[in-house]
Design a protein around this ligand. Structure first.
Ligand code: RAM
Length: 521
């Protein structure tokens, strides 16, 4: 699947005042020293791998020579900086010590051979280093930040005359999330408590200088990810200034014609990427809408509203003569990573959804004329969708020239509220029953499915589905929730290998939001 879509003649416009506001909100990182809890061996189980307590001979502090290995388990997912001491044993060290370090969020990343990775995105995301240490003993501090639970150290060589002892392995874990800010959870169901705990850890490890999508990969600020992180944040860590910072970053660093980009980089300086995604730009509207709902910060709403309005204006330009969003054969809109997923219907629904939110925001800002204009546009697009994309015979929305039926299209039309509740319920029931076409493959899309159920009074089913999906991920070994998860195809990756999948991905941490908003006392 093509995952690049660079804008032609790309240029960035900087709003210095917005950028200054964002920079003033940069959070301090909380640091915690974490040490490994046990030594493990990574062994195959079925098609996957697991970590099991290592045999005593494998114990830490034993002198290690050529090809000796030590695999450490830090007990939970960490994001941070690793250091250790290397002490020579035997004759004077007459050659450098050469070590290979592998970091894994899951055991598979330790077991897999990176040489066999031939996927589409960069192999440089694979967390592996070879280091030479010339002078021993040495205190080694790795400059790079890693996301991992497991660390494997292999001595590639010392010399025939000496070995090394590895000791004092420590991770300085970092996050801007303050666990003491999280309200206590009031649920009696232990499964919900477990889902909440894993969600919180996922959120915490992704909350850095901005809301990163994943601390292993891509380590940056993506808009649709931010939207779900922000929602979960309001119900948990309540670092609302971090959301505000991210909103100002997106509004302060725009692409051609004032388009909000799909993602931003923070270093070496804040910069918008040259990727534009139709739905992501519109989620700026949703994110601002939710931010005001959560905080009542009217000044920010008023200041950033023009940026939201601009996204709507640019999106309306994409309509054809029928008032339907024009389909493209590039990576123009995201929705989900499902193989072959057509984006047209989902994009139309998201535009209607955003139009309704921007109308509400115009109301908050006491501009009834603007609110009416947006509502009228939403009605027009709804009529067009019902005329052109609704297939009465199948009872589903269809997308693209091939009239594809997918989960994503149905879920987004339910969320866009083009039908009344009764029809929405029937559509969702039919969807589950028929299980048509392209399935959902990310927790991100599953979030919107659960949301659609909840918005239509189907709380019991939403709870069952949430437990089944995220609960299964925990049963499959998740310490933090994963970027991708398809219970029917557990090892799938849109990138050609799951070695580069992210196993701590913030868009997957929304069970805490659902539990705390709908299912706690
Ligand atoms: C991937 C990442 C990111 C997501 C984009 C569209 O690169 O998982 O989180 O927002 O896709």
């Amino acid at each position: 699947m093509a995952i690049t879509n660079a804008i032609e003649n790309f240029h960035m416009t900087v709003n210095e005042a917005f950028l200054a506001k964002a920079q003033a909100l940069a959070p301090a990182l909380i640091e915690t020293e974490v040490r490994p809890v046990r030594t493990v061996e990574i062994v195959p189980r079925g098609e996957d791998y697991i970590a099991v307590e290592a045999a005593p001979a494998f114990v830490h502090s034993v002198p290690m020579g050529r090809d000796d290995r030590l695999c450490l388990d830090f007990g939970d997912h960490q994001v941070g900086y690793v250091s250790f001491t290397l002490t020579p044993v035997g004759s004077p060290a007459d050659a450098p010590a050469c070590l290979r370090l592998r970091f894994g969020e899951i055991p598979y990343e330790i077991a897999a051979d990176p040489a066999e990775y031939h996927g589409e995105i960069s192999r440089s995301w694979i967390q592996e280093e070879v280091i030479h240490v010339d002078v021993l003993p040495a205190a080694v501090s790795l400059p790079r930040r890693y996301a991992f639970r497991y660390l494997e150290l292999t001595v590639l060589d010392t010399s025939a005359k000496y070995k090394v002892v590895v000791s004092g392995v420590t991770c300085r874990s970092v996050s801007s999330a303050d666990p003491s800010a999280v309200p206590p959870l009031d649920v009696s169901d232990p499964e919900l408590a477990r889902l909440d705990r894993v969600s919180l850890k996922t959120m915490q490890d992704c909350m850095q200088s901005v809301f990163e999508d994943g601390p292993k990969r891509d380590r940056r600020l993506w808009l649709a990810d931010l939207r779900l992180q922000a929602l979960t944040n309001y119900a948990t860590f309540q670092n609302n200034d971090l959301v505000k910072r991210c909103l100002y970053l997106f509004a302060g660093l725009t692409q051609n014609e004032g388009r909000v980009g799909a993602c931003l980089f923070l270093e070496p300086r804040p910069q918008v990427d040259d990727t534009a995604l139709f739905d992501y730009s519109l989620f700026f509207v949703s994110c601002l809408h939710d931010y005001y709902e959560a905080t009542g910060d009217r000044e920010t709403l008023a200041e950033l509203f023009p940026t939201a309005d601009r996204q709507i204006e640019l999106s309306l330009r994409e309509l054809d003569e029928r008032d339907i969003v024009t389909d493209k054969d590039t990576w123009w809109c995201f929705l989900d990573w499902g193989e072959g997923l057509n984006k047209q219907a989902g994009a139309q629904a998201i535009l209607i959804y955003a139009l309704k939110q921007v109308a509400v925001m115009a109301g908050w800002l006491d501009d009834p004329a603007a609110a009416e204009r947006y509502r009228a546009a939403a009605d027009r697009l709804t009529k067009a969708a019902l005329n052109c994309l609704w297939d009465e015979e199948q009872g589903f929305f269809v997308s693209g020239a091939e009239r594809q039926v997918s989960w994503a299209s149905q879920v987004w039309f339910v969320l866009a509220g083009v039908f009344d509740r009764e029809k929405n319920v029937r559509l969702l029931e039919r969807l589950i029953e028929a299980d048509p076409g392209v399935p959902m493959v990310t927790p991100y899309m599953y979030h919107y499915f659960i949301d659609a159920l909840l918005q239509n009074g189907m709380a019991e089913l939403a709870l069952r589905q949430m437990k089944a999906y995220w609960g299964e991920m925990i049963r499959d070994g998740a310490d933090t929730f994963w970027e991708l998860y398809d219970p029917k195809d557990r090892y799938a990756s849109p990138y050609g290998s799951r070695l580069v999948n992210s196993f701590c991905h913030a868009w997957s941490g929304t069970p805490a939001y659902f539990i705390r908003t709908y299912f706690s006392k």
